[in-house]
Design a protein around this ligand. Structure first.
Ligand SMILES: C=C(O[C@H]1C=CC=C(C(=O)O)[C@@H]1O)C(=O)O
Length: 414
């Protein structure tokens, strides 16, 4: 039997440790190990951040695996909160099967791996249903529109939509590792963007971020830009007939189409600047996650400037963020309502997570359906868009259903 060469052994050992950063979807995952560089900013809207990240990436030679140097990281929800991007020492591209097997292998060697046994979860929801419903009623009282979904004239500039959220803290025993949770989410999440970011790359936090977001904030490949906003949702049902009925009701719902339109309009307006051509479908289509139905619109554009002069993916993410899918309309009034009505600062939750490479290409998902893992504590967040016609009890149910994506993956009961 031939002995592995020392450098192969070292590479193997490095691969077997928890990655620094993972981001991808069923088409493939970027997996980064170690840390060659870290670029941070005290503000997520820092206009110098993309140029600083780009300069560090262009100074690096292509990775041994032939991949273009790439940084992975997070923007916070709030503009005035930090951003962090890590440049891994070693980057590779793997398919979903390889990723999950590797995460499981890594997990099996350590306590916290999923072994099929249900986890004991201790859960704390903040605010509880009654307090959340009351916060929704406060938003409804502040909206500058007639209630009950009747479209009517709103005074110019008044509050139209607020995304109001809540937290679920889950303590797991035995402890669930971030890699084991990522593996479980990738197996369940279908077409979602799944990610794991070690604390270095999670702006302003000591926790590891793991999630499976269904929402593409923006991607850039050369001159081609894409954004797939979601808004307007219904929890899925285990009964196939009821599940279909809920999907059909969502497509017909005037209130949900109204809620969706705010996001599409904001993205189309923002991308109208850097893009010379923009294709915005006239009506949304349905997408399904494991727990939710959503209305989605697939927006595609072509950048006016050539790829090297055009804004990079990170600049585009800063331009769009926070969209009305996570904040509201108009943005400053919605942010103010969130500040007053939510119990804790969101930090990176409902920010943006993704990658940008030395050419300026990249992909950012909204940081939703995610957990911040710190020891045996997993901290989850979910929000729902409140517009005229929203019903407090339904919005409470919607946030509870959204929380189940990660909560059920943590439990992993058979
Ligand atoms: C803010 C979240 O979802 C957004 C994305 C899809 C649909 C949404 C909605 O229907 O309210 C939210 O805007 C979340 O999952 O925490």
């Amino acid at each position: 039997m031939t002995r592995p060469e020392p450098q192969h052994q070292a590479a193997r050992q490095e691969r077997d440790t928890t990655p620094t950063a993972v981001f991808g979807s069923l088409g493939g995952f970027l997996v980064g190990h170690g840390r060659a560089d870290l670029v941070t900013s005290a503000r997520s809207d820092d206009p110098t951040l993309p140029a600083r990240v780009g300069a560090r990436l262009r100074a690096r030679a292509a990775d041994g695996g032939g991949l273009v140097p790439t940084a992975l990281g997070t923007l916070s929800f709030r503009h005035d909160r930090p951003a962090a991007f890590v440049v891994p020492a070693h980057l590779e591209r793997v398919d979903a099967v390889t990723l999950t097997e590797r995460m499981d292998d890594g997990g099996c060697a350590r306590p916290g791996a999923f072994d099929g046994a249900p986890r004991a979860l201790v859960e704390h929801l903040l605010p509880d249903d009654a307090a959340y419903r009351s916060a929704v009623r406060s938003v409804l009282d502040e909206l500058d529109e007639p209630r009950c979904g009747r479209d009517g004239p709103a005074r110019d500039g008044g509050l139209r939509k607020v995304v109001l959220g809540r937290w679920l803290d889950v303590v797991t025993a035995p402890r669930v590792t971030a890699t084991a949770l990522l593996s479980r989410l990738v197996r369940r999440a279908g077409h979602a963007y799944a990610y794991l970011l070690s604390p270095d790359a999670v702006a302003g936090s000591d926790a590891t971020l793991v999630g499976a977001s269904p929402e593409l904030l923006v991607s850039r490949r050369g001159r081609t830009v894409r954004s797939v906003p979601l808004a307007g949702s219904a929890p899925r049902s285990d009964d196939p007939g009821e599940d279909r009925r809920r999907a059909e009701a969502l497509v017909r719902s005037a209130k949900d189409r109204h809620e969706h339109a705010f996001v599409v309009d904001a993205i189309a307006e923002a991308l109208g600047g850097p893009c010379r051509a923009l294709d915005v479908p006239a009506s949304p289509h349905l997408i399904a996650t494991d727990r939710m139905w959503h209305l989605a619109t697939d927006i595609r554009g072509e950048l006016a400037a050539g790829a090297s002069a055009a804004p990079c993916a990170l600049t585009l993410a800063q331009l769009l963020h926070p969209t009305p899918a996570v904040c509201g309309t108009p943005r400053h009034l919605a942010a103010d309502a969130i500040e007053r009505l939510e119990h804790q600062e969101r930090g990176v939750m409902t920010g943006a997570t993704g990658w940008v490479d030395a050419r300026g290409d990249g992909e950012f998902a909204l940081t939703i359906r995610s957990a911040l893992i710190d020891g045996d504590l997993a901290r989850l967040y979910a929000g729902a868009g409140i517009v005229a016609g929203s019903e407090p009890a339904r919005e409470a149910d919607e946030t509870a259903a959204k929380l189940r994506t990660v909560r059920d993956a943590l439990e992993a009961a058979r």
